[in-house]
Design a protein around this ligand. Structure first.
Ligand SMILES: Nc1ncnc2c1ncn2[C@@H]1O[C@H](COP(=O)(O)OP(=O)(O)OP(=O)(O)O)[C@@H](O)[C@H]1O
Length: 238
């Protein structure tokens, strides 16, 4: 296959770490998802692009167990998860998934290392061990020396790196990122994305990124295009 051809088709392989089939989500009569199919392989980084209102964020929220689909099936590592209770979905979000949003959503009162340690602490890891792991991730993301800073004392790019470290510290199966560079200038956005992709690869995590930034999407190995609540298939030439 021509290496310049980028695959924009949804992966449907049985080896997907996370997959959704026939996903439907309605708001009143509006179909935010109208039968979306998607599969993400282990360690794969995938961009979701598409017009405003096409269902990108809804798809991300449904796959991540934040929203329950009205129809369809979701599998994580072979296990069906869409029928899980809110309690089990919440456990899943904490233990198997990591999240990076446009605004880092860090806890203002906590230091960088405490923010990063939070998912481990919530998962029952001892404080000393959690803080030590947090410091390691901060170092990997180029934030050595900023462990004791609070979010308000960090630049936008630094704060987003703290959010990335926090999303990765428990080595989740999948990282969900919704417009992770939306609040950053182009250069900082690119550096932050590169940091996310390298760190996710180190952790063995897959990454699913919703973005309006075509350049960012083009820098990932696979782009999925959404239209009217479905995945539009096809192979684009880079
Ligand atoms: N909580 C909600 N209540 C009602 N309608 C909603 C809600 N969330 C999303 N929608 C509708 O569902 C459709 C898909 O929205 P969604 O946010 O998933 O699209 P998107 O592709 O992420 O858009 P954007 O690129 O503008 O963020 C839109 O028509 C939107 O108006």
């Amino acid at each position: 296959m021509n290496p310049l051809r980028r695959n924009t088709a949804p992966a449907q392989s049985g080896h997907a770490v996370l997959s959704g089939r026939g996903l439907v989500k309605r708001y009143g009569t509006q179909h935010a998802l109208a039968g979306a199919d998607i599969g993400i392989q282990q360690g794969e980084a995938v961009a979701i692009v598409g017009p405003s209102g096409s269902g990108k964020t809804t798809l991300l929220h449904v796959l991540a167990g934040i929203l329950k689909p009205d129809a369809g099936e979701i599998f994580l590592a072979g296990q069906r998860i869409d029928q899980f209770s809110e309690k089990r979905r919440s456990e899943l979000r904490r233990s198997e998934f990591g999240f990076v949003f446009q605004q880092g959503m860090l806890v203002a009162e906590l230091t960088a290392e405490e923010n990063v340690a939070l998912p481990l602490l919530l998962g029952g890891t001892a404080r000393k061990q959690a803080l030590s792991a947090a410091r390691e991730w901060l170092t990997r993301l180029g934030l050595r020396g900023r462990e004791g800073s609070r979010p308000g004392e960090l630049s936008g790019g630094q704060a987003q790196r703290v959010a990335i470290a926090r999303a990765l510290t428990h080595q989740p199966k999948v990282i969900f990122a919704d417009e992770p560079t939306g609040a950053l200038d182009t250069r900082t956005g690119k550096e932050t994305m590169d940091a996310l992709l390298v760190a996710a690869s180190d952790a063995g995590s897959s990454v699913l990124i919703v973005t309006h930034d075509r350049e960012l999407a083009d820098s990932l190995p696979r782009t999925v295009i959404m239209r009217d609540g479905r995945i539009a298939t096809g192979v684009a030439v880079a």
